[in-house]
Design a protein around this ligand. Structure first.
Ligand code: NAD
Ligand code: TYD
Length: 360
């Protein structure tokens, strides 16, 4: 029997690289195709350890290019898609919303159209969505639900109320994914996850930025008063949830994924400072002196918190790590991978593709 062909988009990014690694190593019976445009957030060095596996294939390409995407799907006849490619940073969406509309909305529609086209003979209202019939798995965020007050949790039935250009573009793509399910019977599944942290995280996001700045004795910018709350999940726990939902999730359903791990930004940064002092053998309290309160993000959502009980109850998933343990592992990774960090911050990582993949 021929191998299943699984397309993973955005596999050179933070979460995507963990998902690609997991699927390539755990499922030798799948051929994994990583489609990535290698924007500033895409770094093939994230996958250095698995790039020579025989079931791993990299394709450089942009999901906003409809013609390219259609041809790709016809050439490869993918059995399933796990879609992570996105513009993902809220601050960038505030300064340049159009990139988010193009990749997150138009790019997703291009993939949906191409999947619908190659699976058209299999699409019926009873499609189970297992890979024999195609499955389109869309990865989304808890930010589509908007902002919570001091109490309450987002459930799968919480009404969408996105408030940044990023979350509005992701909400739009979520709606389109379900529209293709209801209108064309495209077998889809969707998950909305809280903030991830872990290795290979681009240092524009809070945790890797703070680690890098503390290491280099630079100010750690905390927006506003640092009172905003996020629910943090270790990235490998997210990749494990994606694996489970891909294989066992019900077609046409959505699942919330979260760490049940809420932290005010300022408390998180204080904890990180204590861990960094310990790891760098600095006197206690040294790193915390770098904390600098700066102008708040416009429209800054106060609190996100996820109820992941559906995923826990129906598919038996739960987070594996306590936050402090996960944060220590993350700090250890960044301190042990200075070259990765230096190449990302200098921009040199952009040469990796040329060196490894373009031999001419
Ligand atoms: P990331 O920014 O680290 O990576 C995105 C990847 O997509 C990069 O490799 C980039 O090169 C690629 N990409 C961007 N535009 C593209 C295009 N037009 N065509 C092809 N590839 C393109 O993002 P991430 O943090 O790994 O997030 C992955 C997905 O998970 C996103 O859909 C995001 O919305 C979602 N998500 C992220 C978080 C989080 O905490 N980071 C939480 C929940 C959900
Ligand atoms: P971020 O990592 O950008 O993720 P998101 O906006 O998707 O939640 O930010 C996490 C939180 O940290 C958010 O409340 C904004 C805040 N933040 C800072 O206080 N300083 C920073 O330099 C950054 C990047 C974020």
């Amino acid at each position: 029997m021929s191998k299943k062909k699984i397309l993973i988009t955005g596999g050179a990014g933070f979460i995507g690289s963990h998902v690609v690694r997991r699927f390539v190593t755990q499922y030798p019976g799948y051929d994994i195709y990583n489609l990535d445009a290698l924007t500033y957030a895409g770094n093939l060095a994230n996958l250095k350890d698995i790039e020579h596996h025989s079931n791993y294939h990299f394709i450089k390409g942009d999901i906003t290019d409809a013609k390219f995407i259609n041809e790709l799907f016809h050439d490869y006849s993918f059995d399933a898609v796990i879609h992570l490619a996105a513009e993902s940073h809220v601050d960038r969406s505030i300064s340049n919303p159009l990139d988010f509309i193009m990749t997150n909305i138009v790019g997703t529609v291009n993939l949906l159209n191409a999947a619908r086209d190659i699976w058209k003979n299999k699409l019926t209202s009873s499609s189970s969505g297992r890979t024999e019939e195609g499955l389109f798995y869309h990865i989304s965020t808890d930010e589509v639900y908007g902002s919570l007050g001091e109490t309450g949790l987002f459930t799968e039935t919480t009404a969408y109320d996105p408030r940044s250009p990023y979350s509005a573009s992701k909400a739009s793509s979520d709606h389109l994914v379900f529209a293709y399910h209801h209108t064309y019977h495209l077998p889809v599944v969707l998950s909305n996850c809280s903030n991830n942290y872990g290795s290979h995280h681009f240092p524009e996001k809070l945790i890797p930025l703070a680690i890098n700045n503390i290491k280099n004795n630079k100010p750690v910018p905390v927006y506003g008063k640092g009172e905003n709350v996020r629910d943090w999940l270790y990235v490998e726990d997210h990749a494990r949830a994606i694996d489970l939902i891909f294989h066992k999730g019900k077609t046409g359903e959505k699942y919330n994924v979260g760490g049940n791990n809420e932290w005010k930004n300022i408390d998180l940064i204080q904890l990180l400072c204590r861990i960094m002092d310990k790891k760098l053998k600095r006197p206690e309290g040294n790193s915390a002196k770098l904390i600098t309160f700066v102008t708040d993000r416009p429209g800054h959502d106060l609190r996100y918190a996820i109820d992941s009980s559906k995923l826990q109850r129906e598919l038996g998933w739960k987070p594996s790590l306590q936050f402090e343990e996960g944060l220590e592992k993350t700090v250890d990774w960044y301190l042990a991978n200075e070259e990765w960090l230096a190449q990302v911050t200098s921009g040199e990582y952009k040469n990796y593709y040329r060196q490894q993949y373009q031999t001419l």
